[in-house]
Ligand binder design. Structure first.
Ligand SMILES: NC(=O)c1ccc[n+]([C@@H]2O[C@H](COP(=O)([O-])OP(=O)(O)OC[C@H]3O[C@@H](n4cnc5c(N)ncnc54)[C@H](OP(=O)(O)O)[C@@H]3O)[C@@H](O)[C@H]2O)c1
Length: 434
């Protein structure tokens, strides 16, 4: 039986999970694809680090480049994360004609054009199932199961940390900082959680989804991105009063002026499928013109769930190694044409607006007058009354309005003397599907 030799770069959460899964399933995998996988070398940063998963002496090295340059290695599995070293190593592996599997969304979002182009030129496999949605096979669904469709939209929860924080805020009435601390204590959030809570991790993943769902190059910086750090407990509670939950959504859809792609906190009706994706779970809702709505749900992170996606890429390469060009059409399309990403200012949406106002007669009419001047009409309103002169929240939901008008109106409202502090603006997504 043929042996495929693997060079593993990284032995952290995912690298060690991958090694464990390959060992656990070695017999089944050999039966299924007629080859044996052998991890020949593993790169780490620190040889002295205590590791929960034990490996034979001599397997570990700190010289990742020596693995990439080893003529005996067939597939390089990049699981070190970060961009600079990962980019050098992946480029070198591809230049040497090796196949590459990676879980590195930052690398693919920021340098995808260069790396996919290189893989095509060198006629090598470059597979990345684990880079979006952890264990959820969303890339495979786009590449294979949904290949007969034109994808019209993606609505997704693809950052488990943010979803965990928002779930705790909603179910346990915590404020943001309390929920973040809990996420860190449970190991869902890094010590430096900025990539997650500022939406950048989801922005990276959405850039990859957009490329393969809509077929073209996309600059990840063109994807509008807002995180969850400004969401207050009161926003979660007011949203509930109106029948909504707040989720960090990564959305992409075909619009009149290009692909609308954005990562944003969003009000979703409580009965919406994605409003019920809780904790650290992820979900991707795809709409194809032939199939309609397809929901993929599962663990978007974690050692074995993510390793499950990495190993599925290895099996793909093992099974189709001789037929490697069949799959390149999708990659070619995704790098040869340019996708136009519509500017956020051109989108139409409904909005949740929260103001802190001094509680005195005529404030609501002042604010609605400004909104009216910008053509924004109000669909619902809640004003909490305390005592004359105190600061109270005023919440308005709007009918559909252009983003540009809403931003300009808010700029004016925030300068009114009766308004205290910056206003909150959260977009609302419509109700279907349920
Ligand atoms: N964690 C998840 O749930 C998850 C989910 C989906 C995708 N991913 C992606 O998977 C990749 C790996 O994530 P992870 O969570 O496994 O990271 P991690 O736990 O921090 O592990 C990183 C590993 O890479 C090694 N390493 C880092 N830089 C190196 C270098 N220059 N040379 C050699 N070894 C190096 C580290 O060595 P030491 O052990 O010696 O420090 C460590 O073993 C990232 O791209 C991440 O975005 C992670």
């Amino acid at each position: 039986m043929q042996t495929i030799k693997i060079g593993l770069l990284g032995f952290g959460q995912i690298g060690s999970g991958c090694y464990t899964l390959l060992k656990m399933r070695s017999r089944d995998l050999a039966q299924q694809c007629g080859v044996r996988f052998q991890v020949k070398k593993i790169a780490v940063r620190n040889l002295r680090k205590k590791r929960q998963v034990k490996v034979p002496a001599g397997l570990l090295t700190t010289d990742a480049m020596s693995i990439v340059r080893d003529p005996d290695i067939d597939i390089v599995v990049e699981l070190i994360g970060g961009v600079t070293d990962a980019r050098k190593l992946v480029r070198e592996a591809l230049l040497r004609g090796k196949h590459v599997v990676t879980a590195n969304k930052a690398l693919l979002a920021e340098h995808g054009d260069e790396i996919f182009e290189l893989a095509c030129r060198r006629k090598s496999w470059l597979l990345f199932e684990a880079s979006v949605g952890g264990g959820i096979p969303v890339i495979k669904a786009l590449r294979e199961g949904l290949v007969a469709n034109r994808i019209d939209s993606i609505h997704s929860i693809i950052n488990g940390t943010s979803n965990y924080i928002l779930t705790r805020m909603s179910e346990d009435h915590m404020d943001f900082s309390e929920a973040l601390k809990l996420a860190q204590a449970k190991g869902y959030a890094e010590a430096d959680p900025r990539l997650d809570i500022e939406g950048i991790d989801a922005q990276h993943k959405l850039a990859i989804l957009v490329r393969f769902a809509f077929g073209g190059r996309v600059k990840f910086k063109d994807i509008h991105c807002e995180g969850i750090a400004t969401i207050r407990k009161e926003d979660i509670e007011f949203a509930e009063e109106f029948g909504y939950r707040i989720k960090l959504l990564a959305i992409a859809k075909r619009g009149h002026t290009g692909i609308e792609a954005r990562v944003q906190p969003t009000l979703l009706p409580k009965e919406h499928i994605l409003a019920n994706v809780n904790g650290a779970f992820n979900a991707v809702l795809l709409r194809g013109d032939a199939v309609g709505d397809v929901l993929l749900y599962g663990r978007g992170a974690g050692s074995l769930p993510t390793a499950s996606a990495v190993v599925s890429d290895l099996v793909d390469i093992a099974k189709r190694g001789t037929d490697r060009f069949a799959d390149l059409t999708l990659v070619m399309r995704a790098i040869r044409s340019e996708l136009r990403v519509a500017s956020i200012s051109t989108i139409l949406s409904r909005y949740y607006l929260r103001f802190h106002i001094t509680d005195q007669p005529g404030v609501l009419s002042k604010i609605s007058h400004v909104l009216g001047k910008y053509g924004i009409s109000i669909s619902d309103c809640v004003q909490k009354i305390r005592s004359q002169g105190s600061v109270v929240p005023l919440i308005l939901l709007t009918h559909e309005a252009p983003e540009r008008s809403v931003r300009e109106a808010i700029g004016v409202i925030d300068r009114l003397r009766v308004v205290r502090g910056p206003s909150q603006v959260i977009r609302i997504e419509s109700g279907s599907p349920q």
